[in-house]
Design a protein around this ligand. Structure first.
Ligand SMILES: Cc1cc2nc3c(=O)[nH]c(=O)nc-3n(C[C@H](O)[C@H](O)[C@H](O)COP(=O)(O)OP(=O)(O)OC[C@H]3O[C@@H](n4cnc5c(N)ncnc54)[C@H](O)[C@@H]3O)c2cc1C
Length: 432
């Protein structure tokens, strides 16, 4: 059972029922039970407390809480691992019960959740936000290759430091960076590390000796016009070889090769790419695995039928389940239309909390989430292109200065220093 936890990004310390945790969860009933104490779960529970909700609990197995946007900086050598982590106990909102356990089964008809330890908890309202599962098995050879010396992924906290070691050590050869198709949390993070690495290699005077390859599944570098212009400018500046409408379909860790294939049924012709399978030797591979909802949710009957990602079947605007009005979801696991990110769930959190408050008072959920998302592209070690857009990749800038989607020093300061502070002190407290 516990192995499900190790397939998550947050596989830091999933000890169940430590000293201090109560073991009598089976006797408990909660007005609001939240599954997952990550970005979404903690922010929402804090906000609900502020809205006057009582009798709340969060099921969360990990002892550590992670701020994932900093993983890119750890991998790029512009942040230390400790900056992205706090003890989970420190971020648990006061007055919210922490059930230090993991959910394994939901029965929405009986309003019960079964936990890894075998206990069963009941609820009046359920909020599901256990994040994404990294699907290493979806690319043949990738899982084994992750244990070889030249491969890393910032999508796993413990590996982000390995990424930085590999970048620091590389002086020549081929570096391959991948962005998979399907729903991916902060898909731009596949590219952020590539720009950080290129700028470092340029500083070190070795960039000309390194062939840098970026493989993206989309027809253009990202898909938001104004952002593409900036990213293409940087890609040309660094001399990156871009493969659009392409993806890595297998990895040979021992031979240090990847197979790059054209995507099936591309939506548009590629700006640049491959028309047939190519096998490429690498000296450094930064791989981002395909991502899906956790497997155990499938048996709950709460996931959207026919959705290959297995995401929770909510109304993408109100975030209420399409069949069970007392079930809600937000964050990476919600079957919403937006590109998945912390920025999108910040807006979802406000909508869900207000809707839950309305429903508790016997009213209809009126608040609607607008499908907003954002990705700050670290295009150098001191500048960011702050991409903000909706589900159609139409720009939706919210920053209060002109040209925020252009390369800027100010957005680096915002993303590297201000947003982490905002996360720990305002977002997790339900105040932003
Ligand atoms: C490398 C990287 C860079 C990123 N950069 C950015 C960025 O710059 N900007 C941005 O907005 N977003 C970024 N993101 C995305 C952002 O971190 C996620 O979208 C966000 O954390 C999603 O929040 P969540 O609560 O849905 O999931 P998570 O934060 O992943 O939390 C899920 C929680 O559920 C818990 N859990 C798992 N299984 C169970 C279970 N069975 N029972 C109970 N609990 C369970 C986990 O332990 C975890 O604490 C980045 C992500 C990565 C990996």
């Amino acid at each position: 059972m516990v192995s499900i936890l190790w397939s998550s990004t947050l596989d830091v310390d999933p000890t169940i029922a430590p000293i201090g945790a109560r073991s009598d969860a089976s006797r408990d009933h909660f007005d609001v039970l939240v599954i997952g104490g990550g970005n979404a779960g903690i922010s929402l529970a804090s906000r609900l407390k502020r809205y006057g909700f009582h009798n709340l609990a969060i099921v969360e197995p990990n002892n550590k809480h992670l701020y994932q946007p900093l993983f890119s900086h750890i991998g790029g050598g512009t942040a230390q691992p400790a900056e992205a982590m706090k003890p989970q106990a420190e971020v648990m909102p006061t007055g919210v019960r922490w059930i230090h356990d993991a959910a394994v089964t939901i029965n929405p008809d009986n309003q019960t959740v079964q936990l890894v330890t075998g206990t069963v908890v009941t609820y009046r309202h359920l909020v599901i936000c256990p994040g994404m599962r990294l699907n290493w098995d979806a690319v043949p050879g990738l899982k084994d290759a992750m244990n070889t010396p030249s491969v890393s992924s910032n999508y796993v906290y413990k590996l982000a430091s390995k990424t930085w070691e590999l970048i620091r050590e590389l002086r020549s050869g081929t570096a391959v960076f991948t962005m998979p198709s399907g729903a991916v949390k902060c898909d731009g993070a596949s590219q952020k590390i590539m720009y950080l690495a290129c700028d470092y290699w340029r500083e070190q005077g070795v960039l000309d000796d390194i062939r840098v390859v970026m493989v993206v599944h989309s027809p253009t570098v990202y898909g938001v016009d104004v952002v593409d212009q900036e990213l293409n400018r940087k890609i040309n500046e660094y001399g990156v070889q871009l493969y659009c409408n392409s993806e890595v379909t297998s990895v040979e860790g021992d031979a240090q090769t990847v197979t790059i294939s054209p995507v099936k049924n591309p939506s548009d012709p590629a700006e640049a790419g491959t028309t047939q399978d190519q096998v490429l030797h690498y000296d450094l591979l930064h791989a981002v695995p395909p991502q899906v909802a956790p497997d155990w949710l499938l048996s709950s009957g709460l996931t959207r039928l026919g959705d290959p990602g297995g995401f929770i079947d909510v109304n993408p605007e109100t975030l209420q389940h399409s069949r069970y009005t007392n079930v809600w979801s937000l964050g990476d696991v919600a079957g919403t239309k937006n590109y998945k990110s912390g920025a999108s769930l910040r807006k979802q959190c406000l909508v869900l909390a207000k809707n839950l408050k309305a429903v508790k008072k016997g009213k209809e959920p009126q608040q609607k989430y607008d499908h907003y998302s954002a990705t700050p592209f670290t295009v150098s070690r001191s500048t960011v292109v702050f991409a903000e857009f909706d589900d159609q990749r139409v720009p939706q800038p919210t920053l209060p200065w002109r040209g925020s989607m252009k390369e800027h020093r100010a957005t680096w300061i915002l993303e590297r220093y201000i947003l982490p502070w905002v996360y720990w002190h305002l977002i997790l407290k339900g105040r932003a």
